[in-house]
Design a protein. Sequence first.
Length: 264
Amino acid sequence: MITDLVKTSGLEIQLDAAKPGLVFGKGINFSKPGVRTLDAMREVLLDKDVLEPQELYYMYRDVYRISDKALLENNKLRYDVTVIKPDFLGRELMKTAGHYHPGSYGELYEVLYGHCFCMLQKPKPNDHQVIDEVILVEAAAGEKIVIPPGFGHILINLGPEYLVTSNWVSSLFSSEYGLYKQAGGAAYFIIKAAGKLEFMRNPYFKKLPEIKLLKPAALIDKFGLAKGKPIYPMITEEAAKFAFLNRPADFDYGDVFAESVKKI
Ligand SMILES: [Fe+2]
């Protein structure tokens, strides 16, 4: 099945679920996706003896309209698209490996297709086994997730469809996966049993707060973000709104999430 993602992304991209992967329109730069395999993820899984699926998700890094190349370089930004299968990893819902950013760099995610949780966790600066805050952001197509400085993050596909996300991020750093591997996963494992979600604490952590379930704010004016407004095209006229991605400490992040009426 082919699903057009142009409306949510603002770029000529299609999801080809049979491939699985993305099909890019003319004039768009892309390269072969990085594939996250089961073996590469085993350390961060609750059930380490899982046998399938072999391929979990596909990372298309540095996607852009060729005519926008200089804009991305001048603004020191990179745009990526990630395609995450709808499946289980043993008892766990399909998820990404998780990483922190060096320094205080944040990130901007957008859901292009599907339905997800983004689990954010903030460790104590001098002891990463103590987590000060765990935020679970529930988002669907068209919604934006701002990752504030200091938070590690994973994406969880709530299914039943593929999850496709895009992100803008500073091109000046590389993500750090080591602490998630050392911890054997994120703060909590999310499992589905008898159709119900359960949240299991990761015993690696000495201190874990309760999960705060939030949703993305529908409008974040200072960053130019609105539900349903694609973030890719902002690079041509509103790139200044992305200054928070390279100067994270200059901004306040108190308004990027909203209360959720749901309970977990
Ligand atoms: Fe990130």
